[in-house]
Write a protein that binds this ligand. Structure first.
Ligand SMILES: [Zn+2]
Length: 126
């Protein structure tokens, strides 16, 4: 899941764009978040997951939706690039919908660059 999203939210320079604030960071500084918090019945499915920078994820926790986080970031002057953050979210959403529609197909395994016989992989994604 992290691989799929970091690819979707990635830049040509190999950085990952935070969907909360638009900062471009290296993957180790990103965390996998639930767009709708688990406490609000948000699912673990990739359609509900997004990569955020550590400060954004720490601020969001279970208290905010992604839209709520973006509003707070603008209010608190933490928003670096609103357009880029929105773009990262759109890319992640497109990737998630593609995964939903192509899960388990040859195209899917090629995207992951894995042989379809790899044991255990489906279980890691959702
Ligand atoms: Zn951020």
């Amino acid at each position: 899941m992290v691989a799929l999203l970091s690819h979707a939210q990635g830049t040509e320079a190999g950085l990952v764009i935070c969907a909360g604030c638009g900062r471009e960071l290296e993957l180790p500084f990103m965390e996998l978040d639930h767009i709708t918090p688990k406490s609000d019945r948000g699912e673990n499915h990739i359609l509900n997951r997004i990569l955020l920078c550590r400060p954004c994820n720490g601020h969001k926790r279970d208290n905010l939706t992604l839209q709520g986080l973006m509003r707070q970031n603008r209010k608190n002057d933490w928003m670096r690039n609103k357009e880029l953050a929105q773009q990262a979210r759109d890319w992640a959403q497109e990737r998630a919908e593609w995964v939903r529609d192509h899960y388990g197909t040859t195209d899917y395994w090629e995207l992951l660059d894995l042989p379809s016989s790899s044991p255990g992989y489906p279980g890691r994604l959702f």
